[in-house]
Design a protein. Sequence first.
Length: 248
Amino acid sequence: MKRILPLLLALSMCFVLAACGNSENIETAGTAGQTALEEESPAATEESETLDEVQKTEESNIQQTEDVDTDGTKILVAYFSRTGENYSVGYIEKGNTHIIADMIAEQAGADTFEISTVAPYPDDYDECTEVAKQEQEENARPELTASVENMADYDVIFLGYPIWWSDMPMAVYSFLESYDFSGKTIIPFCTHEGSGISSTESSIAEVCPDTEVLEGLGIRGSIAQNSQDEAKETVEGWLEEIGTFGQE
C-alpha cells in the first residue's frame, strides 16, 4: 500500500502538467489566429477610411478645434488662402492667411472653414496676379467648392483673406454673398505686404449691412510665414484688444 500511494501521486502530477500544457497551447493558438485575421483585412479598413473621407468632404470643409470656454458663443474662422509662389516668401505649402486662421481658431476655440474655388489659381505669382486683376475688373464671383451648411448656428465669423490689388479676392465676395449674416458679428483679418487691411472692412459692411463688423487685423504675410512667434503674439494681443471669446 505504501508503494502504491507514491505511484498514484506521481500519475496525478503528470495529468495536471499535461492539462496545463494543453491550456497554454490553446491560448497561443487563439492569439495567433486573431492576429492573422487582423492582418488579412487591410482592404476592408482602407475601404472604411475612404468612405469616411468622402463623407467628410461632401459635408463641408469645416474642421473643429478643441473646446475653449466661449460663454456659449459659436465661432467660425472662415478664410481664403493660397499656396504656391507668394510675394516675398517664395513657394509655400501652407498659405500665409491659413497660418493666421489656425492661430485665431486655437485661441478662440473656433471651427475653421477654408474658402476655396472650383477653378484653382495659378501657382506662379505673376500669373495669379493677372487672374486676380481680371476677376476684379469683371467683378467676378468665382464658384466655390464647398459651403457652410450650418451657418445659422454661428454667432461670430472671423473672415480671413490676403489683400489682392488693394481688395479682398473675389472668392471672398462669393462667400459673403452666399449667406445671410444678419445679426451676426464679422471680424476681418488679412495678410499683406504693406497695404494693411486697406478698405476691406467697409467693403464687408457694404455687402453685409445688417452685420456688425469689428476692427480687423492686418499682418504681413512674411511675418506669418517666417516669424510665427511674432505673428502669434500679434494675434493674441489683437484678440485681447477686441475682447474676443476664449481670452482670459
